[in-house]
Design a protein around this ligand. Structure first.
Ligand code: NIG
Ligand code: FE
Length: 423
């Protein structure tokens, strides 16, 4: 047993949802305890298995916190401790908003019709290009703050509303600056191939030359991205065009993610599997061949119930087949101004269950261990396990399923990032 004298903080009287068993269970430890040192989890288990010296001191304790042998002891009072939550797919840096398009859709126009008429992503591109770094930072901060206050400790943020070199770089820099504002790990994804900017509307290949030969090398040389994403869709990029960007990403040794099979099935998930991509996201129209390819290459399926709901889609992602082939399912907000202006991870837990019929343990795995996997972080985040980052959320709930069942009252009572209590 690790010597307790090296521990800095010890949580006692907590029930642990370790999320070390994938979606099969919460990996519960009832009446547990968890110790932290130097920002990492160094011990966890049943409280009754704590070293004897500590157990003796704890039995005479009173009050919520005390120090034993220089260890800070925190009494969780029977609450549930989970890994800090992970939102593995967002576009939360952007200018303006699209409330006008929301109104248009309520008058009967579809997302595709609005995009084809010059609205959609490119209207956010105009607003994003006009905004300064400071303005983008100021508008993104409340969105990230909302997620942070809900227990999120890791967020992925994509570019894709700049669509020229300077503005894509600007977005990625702003995403990086957010990490100085809040104790949240930010992973950045370069999504230059999100849409065709109007100045290239008849020259997709010319635009992709810029994406692959100018933007990506600069993003790499300034170390601004952890992954590369493409929107492969009728209103986005074709399979052939997507392949060009994947080749460029592979050349630069950047992992791949893809917006795939959202509105139709173009086979982008299967293509991404050939590149050992991290994840395929949306996937309402994914078929079994794509699922098998994803399984074979170890990809994660990222479900985005907010976009499904907001676009009033009817084609459900193939959950049963994903289960059958044991493809890990992550869940994320897809926070963006067009298809998911929703900055609420708790709502995603609820929607993953109500709309997609995930079990609560699958949904919670989707924003913990499998959210981490979709970002290539499964060795360090998303689980309560020895050696993992001490990113923890403490919840005033009677059981983990309550996190998915109830929505609107925030049960978060403490948040720990890299071993330090930040809420
Ligand atoms: O994830 N599908 C493409 N990209 C975003 C939507 C972007 C937008 O409409 O602004 C998504 O849904
Ligand atoms: Fe998205």
């Amino acid at each position: 047993m690790t010597l307790s004298k090296h521990w800095q903080t010890l949580y006692i009287n907590v029930n642990l949802a370790t999320m070390t068993d994938g979606a099969n269970s919460y990996g519960e430890i009832i009446n547990g305890a968890l110790a932290i040192s130097a920002g990492k989890i160094v011990w966890l288990g049943k409280q009754s298995d704590l070293p004897d010296s500590l157990s003796d001191s704890l039995s005479d304790k009173d009050g919520d916190s005390l120090k034993v042998d220089s260890v800070d002891i925190i009494d969780g009072k029977g609450q549930w401790l989970t890994p800090g939550l992970i939102d593995c797919h967002t576009h939360l840096v952007y200018g303006g908003n699209r409330a006008n398009e929301f109104e248009m859709r309520l008058q009967g126009k579809s997302y595709q019709e609005i995009a084809n008429a010059g609205g959609g992503i490119v209207s956010t591109v105009s607003a994003t290009r006009k905004a300064s770094e400071q303005e983008l930072l100021a508008s993104a901060l409340p969105r990230l703050t909302a997620l942070h206050q809900q227990g999120v400790t890791t967020v992925e943020i994509k570019s894709g509303y700049g669509l020229d070199t300077a503005n894509e770089i600007k977005m990625l820099k702003v995403a990086g600056l957010l990490a100085d504002e809040l104790p949240v790990t930010i992973k950045r994804t370069f999504l230059g191939a999100h849409a065709l900017p109007t100045e290239y509307k008849d020259n997709a290949e010319g635009y992709l030359d810029i994406v692959c030969d100018e933007m990506l090398p600069q993003v790499v040389s300034e170390n601004l991205a952890d992954a590369v994403d493409v929107f492969c869709e009728g209103i986005g990029f074709s399979l052939e065009q997507t392949k060009r960007v994947f080749d460029a990403a592979q050349f630069h040794n950047l992992p791949i993610k893809v917006h795939a099979e959202q509105l139709s099935n173009l086979g982008a998930s299967e293509l991404a599997a050939n590149y050992n991509a991290l994840s395929s996201d949306h996937i309402e129209f994914l078929d079994e061949a794509g699922i098998k390819a994803m399984k074979k290459s170890g990809m994660t399926a990222v479900l985005l119930p907010g976009a499904f709901y907001f676009l009033r889609e009817t084609q459900l992602p193939p959950i049963e087949l994903l289960r059958k082939h044991q493809v890990p399912m992550a869940v994320a907000t897809d926070a963006n101004p067009g298809t998911s202006p929703i900055h609420n991870i708790h709502l995603m837990l609820n929607m993953a269950c109500t709309l997609f019929r995930l079990t609560p343990s699958e949904a919670l795995a989707g924003i913990t261990c499998y959210g981490a996997k979709a970002l290539g972080l499964s060795e360090s985040k998303g689980q309560l396990a020895v050696g993992y980052d001490a990113d923890l959320a403490l919840w005033n709930v009677s059981q983990p399923a309550e996190l998915c069942y109830q929505f609107g009252v925030n049960p978060l009572t403490a948040l720990v990032k890299d071993g330090k209590q930040v809420i």
